[in-house]
Design a protein around this ligand. Structure first.
Ligand code: ADP
Ligand code: MG
Length: 550
């Protein structure tokens, strides 16, 4: 056979159902796609204007309008952006997967950065057919003497094109909502979807319901509501950290997460090399149990919402935080939802971990007292992070605090400095400071104190610390006594002790229904504790573990 070359062709009647049904996991993203196209159209015309290539005349109050008409069952997306000529409609709309955004970037890539352009793959527009039976475009290009165009398609493969009577620059997209799109006839659904995806888009987005009865006051006068954009066009995270005030950070937190508690502290991320990333991470105040705690990190791509809590980018232990992260360089796939999992996302994740660790270190160094104040709140995060991520452990292990039974906070190093010699590098701890109060007092008699490790993450944390630093060991107060606590004089009286040992052996044999209990009796030097049965740390941990898994 002769060698042959040719172009692959696509049958649109086959590709259409794929786009409609399979490309996007969530139906509501058509709102994101159409609004981001509208924003792109505005960015482009502004750009051309600044290059002296477009004359905006009036109509420079840039905005996107979304209008719902529940009677006509239409949803319109109106912008005063660049518009399209007949040729452009043919090129960018009629050719599926031919992106005008890419085209624009290629043309203007040498003329300064236009990193705000969102479009990429040339498929977003077609997501409108997930909800609409028919889609209409009315558009007028910014170009002098441009003729307005109307394009119409009913979701099959034919379209109609004719001239339109649109007289203002920009594009108006009308969706005739079908059965699949009935949800979007509800004001609430449209509004909350805009808020979900478009809260930080760069131009004001206004939403109105065309056929809504106007609200009236008590006297029957129509209340004219002030038109308010649904979005924040310049979210705090896009600003330079040194220009933001504490008040602004708190306000942004409360608005974004609808959490009216104050966050403990925050980290403003801002980097542009080797990748672009901006964002703010908040450490929330915890008032719930660790297990039910739920954070939320919202991921954005050029101010367009992608998803919550993407595990590839956000280290797992930081999913307990709340925050926003915007990374224009994210390797998104076509549906702008799932990330291609590559080394790049790993780098972002490492960067975030490093920033969190740096912040914790700087808080520790710059104000130990403040750090101690919110230690209780942040320690579950940190301990969880330590268990999950060695790099994080390396960076924060020296600033882990332990609350002692004297209600002070010490580092491991400080504890060992104070007591290490006396305890033979053992760290005494209590897991329940009420139940173990007696033993706490006994330690105090010997000028010792214990640390309180009573959180349900602590048993894993203790084992982890022992593994990392093998010269130390943690001992619960009732699991061991040091030589210092023993009364050597008493023990010397062998006759008494043999008698007592025998008597006790009988008692234990009886209670435990055994015949071979081995009792070792020692005398305690303590006013507080009359006697104690010691259960070795290792045996107790083993028992606890068995209980957990049985
Ligand atoms: P993408 O945005 O990835 O390029 P879309 O399918 O969303 O792909 O849109 C295809 C093209 O249609 C855009 O690149 C743009 O050239 C054009 N277009 C879509 N919507 C508008 C609009 N509102 N104003 C001007 N041009 C638009
Ligand atoms: Mg698009």
């Amino acid at each position: 056979m002769n060698k042959e070359k040719g172009n692959l062709s696509i049958h649109s009647e086959n590709i259409f159902p794929i786009i409609k049904k399979w490309l996007y996991s969530d139906q509501d993203i058509f709102i994101r796609e159409l609004i981001s196209n509208a924003c792109d159209a505005i960015t482009k015309v502004k750009r051309l204007n600044s290059l002296g290539e477009a004359d905006l005349r009036e109509n420079a109050d840039f905005q996107v309008k979304v209008v719902l008409d529940t009677t006509a069952k239409t949803l319109k997306f109106i912008d005063n952006g660049i518009g399209m000529t007949e040729e452009e409609v043919k090129k960018y709309i009629n050719q599926i997967a031919f992106s005008g955004a890419e085209d624009f970037l290629q043309t203007y890539k040498d003329k300064g950065d236009i990193d705000q352009i969102i479009g990429h793959f040339g498929l977003g527009f077609y997501s409108s057919f997930m909800v609409a039976e028919t889609v209409e475009i009315d558009t007028l290009s910014y170009k002098q003497d441009a003729i307005a165009v109307r394009w119409r398609c009913d979701g099959k493969t034919e379209f109609e094109m004719e001239s339109s009577n649109k007289v203002t620059r920009g594009t108006e997209i009308t969706l005739y909502l079908g059965e699949d799109g009935e949800d979007f006839l509800k004001e609430y659904t449209v509004k909350s979807t805009i808020e979900k995806y478009c809260s930080f888009m760069p131009y004001p987005i206004h939403f109105e319901v065309a056929d809504k009865e106007p609200e009236k006051d008590e006297d029957g006068n129509i209340i004219i509501e002030e038109a308010k954009a649904l979005n924040d066009v310049a979210p705090l995270y896009t600003k330079q950290p040194n220009t933001c005030t504490d008040e602004e950070y708190k306000e942004f937190y409360q608005k974004t997460f609808r959490d009216f508690q104050e966050p403990l502290f925050w980290i403003h991320l801002n980097m542009d090399y080797p990748f672009n990333l901006k964002g703010i991470l908040y450490f929330p105040k915890l008032n719930t149990e660790f297990d039910t705690m739920e954070g939320r990190i919202k991921l954005y791509n050029n101010q367009v919402f992608v998803a919550d809590n993407i595990k590839e980018v956000i280290p797992e232990f930081l999913l307990l935080l709340k925050g926003v992260i915007d990374c224009p360089d994210l390797p998104l796939n076509v549906s702008r939802s799932f990330l291609q999992n590559d080394g790049f996302t790993r780098k972002i994740s490492d960067y975030i971990t490093k920033k969190v660790a740096d912040k914790l270190n700087s808080l520790f160094k710059s104000g130990r007292e403040g750090f101690e104040k919110f230690w209780e709140d942040i320690s579950p995060f940190i301990k969880y992070g330590i268990l999950k991520d060695t790099k994080f452990y390396d960076k924060v292990e020296s600033i882990i605090l332990y609350k002692t039974t004297k209600q002070q906070y010490v580092t491991l190093e400080e504890y060992l400095e104070n007591y290490g010699e006396k305890t033979n590098k053992q760290i005494y701890y209590v897991s329940d400071d009420v139940q173990q109060a007696q033993y706490i007092k006994m330690l105090q008699e010997h000028d010792l104190e214990a640390v309180i490790l009573d959180h349900n993450i602590d048993s894993a944390f203790i084992s982890h610390m022992e593994m990392k630093k093998n010269e130390i060991s943690f001992k619960r107060v009732d699991s061991n006594v040091t030589e210092l606590m023993k009364d050597k004089d008493q023990a010397a009286d062998e006759e008494v002790s043999t008698k007592e040992t025998e008597a006790l052996t009988k008692v234990f044999n009886k209670i435990l229904n055994k015949e071979d209990c081995k009792i070792q009796l020692e005398s305690l030097k303590s006013q507080e504790v009359a006697g104690m049965i010691i259960l070795a740390e290792e045996s107790r941990r083993m028992q606890e573990m068995m209980k957990r898994y049985s």
